[in-house]
Design a protein around this ligand. Structure first.
Ligand code: SF4
Length: 382
């Protein structure tokens, strides 16, 4: 954390906690001028991500997370998704949201598992929604919630709910998030909150974050995408990128070739109406074949949206939360693009996909357009 971002004079670390203080993503700090700096490539950035902050941090202990309770180090020093999250005063943040409102597309408060997370999220949500009209998502901590609390979030003005499922099978969830050294999360409670959020917030207003590379197969991922698609719930894709010193910190990053295949297959299933049976897997569940018209796939490649960051949209349907650096380090080439990829970026995607080996002629879309997912990456106007 950079002490230059806020005036910390006279405040002990334990005094700087939510709801009066929050962390914000490094990209948000740049956009709101809490820090000076630039993105390596200029692009319209309007997705502001907040994270609750407590002196003991998150009380969960997930194997891959930078904030995990059992990860060595002082919470103040911990990174989250590998980059700094500066701590700022909530009311000053809201003042800056008001000042920059014309450039904002989507706001999001990420909860952590903590006894105060629910009332503090509600408090911060109200401070925001009474000051700015930018749509607000909440990335919730299911252990702290129930139906009544979700309804209170809606009444406070949040319009979308995200659930960080991350692990896409019950066994994997249990091994990484439940049966862990310092207490665990429950798969059943996560799904209870998914169901309740869907009932309260409606179609395409709920999303599950899913991670590629925790030990699941491509078939596991595609099964959950299909299950959520049928229920008009978004799946948002993240790429596993090891967090140093977490229990999974030494594991390799997801291979680029696999990541690109999953991005393409997910998009064909959700937004182009290709049926689940048209994707073939080997005995280990790895995607080896897509049976679909080559022209359709070439057009998806040329269009580029399939490879953009999945995130909650702006009120106008353009990309909202684009989380630059959510799945890749600032020094790396993007895994998911916060902008629409073009030119050499599309060439790189094509090389990683090796379409001649992957695609065989097959039927076109069978899912009617009205049952397909709206764009998870939003749509950039050309
Ligand atoms: S995609 Fe972004 S705005 Fe939506 S829930 Fe996830 S972090 Fe929040």
């Amino acid at each position: 954390m950079s002490a230059t971002t806020v005036d910390l004079a006279g405040l002990a670390a334990t005094d700087r906690h939510s709801p009066d203080w929050v962390r914000i993503s490094y990209a948000s700090a740049l956009a709101l001028r809490f820090q000076s700096g630039r993105f390596t490539r200029p692009f319209a950035f309007g997705g502001i991500n907040l994270l609750l902050s407590y002196d003991r941090g998150c009380l969960s202990d997930c194997g891959y997370c930078g904030l995990a309770r059992n990860r060595p180090g002082d919470y103040e020093e911990k990174s989250f998704i590998r980059v700094e999250w500066p701590l700022v005063e909530t009311d000053e943040l809201v003042r800056r949201l008001v000042r920059h409102e014309d450039k904002l597309a989507r706001l999001c408060i990420s909860m952590v598992t903590h006894g105060r997370a629910y009332p503090d999220t509600l408090d911060i949500a109200r401070r925001i929604t009474t000051s700015v009209a930018t749509p607000l998502s909440l990335l919730v901590a299911p252990p702290t919630l129930n139906e009544a609390r979700l309804q209170a979030f809606r009444d406070a003005g949040a319009d979308m709910i995200g659930i960080g499922l991350d692990a896409v099978t019950e066994d994997l969830f249990r091994s990484l998030r439940s049966d862990v050294p310092k207490g665990g999360l429950k798969w059943s409670q996560y799904w209870r909150i998914v169901d309740a959020a869907r009932a309260i917030f409606g179609p395409w207003k709920v999303n599950c974050h899913t991670l590629v590379g925790l030990g699941e197969s491509d078939a596991d991922l595609m099964a959950i995408f299909a299950r959520l698609l049928d229920r008009q719930i978004f799946s948002y894709l993240f790429c596993f990128n090891p967090e140093p010193d977490s229990r999974m910190g030494d594991l390799p990053k997801t291979p680029l070739e696999r990541w690109r295949r999953v991005q393409l297959a997910k998009f064909l299933l959700e937004e182009r109406g290709i049926a689940p049976e048209q994707f073939e897997y080997d005995d280990d569940g790895a995607l080896v074949r897509i049976n679909a018209p080559r022209e359709l796939i070439d057009s998806v490649l040329a269009d580029g949206h399939a490879f953009m960051t999945n995130g909650c949209p702006s009120s106008g349907g353009e990309p909202g939360c684009t989380r630059p650096m959510g799945s890749w380090r600032p020094t790396e080439a993007p895994r998911d693009f916060p902008w629409r990829p073009v030119g050499a970026e599309l060439d790189g995607i094509r090389r990683a996909l090796d379409l001649d080996g992957l695609v065989r002629p097959g039927p076109g879309p069978s899912r009617p357009p009205e049952l397909c997912a709206p764009p998870a990456a939003g749509r950039v106007s050309d």
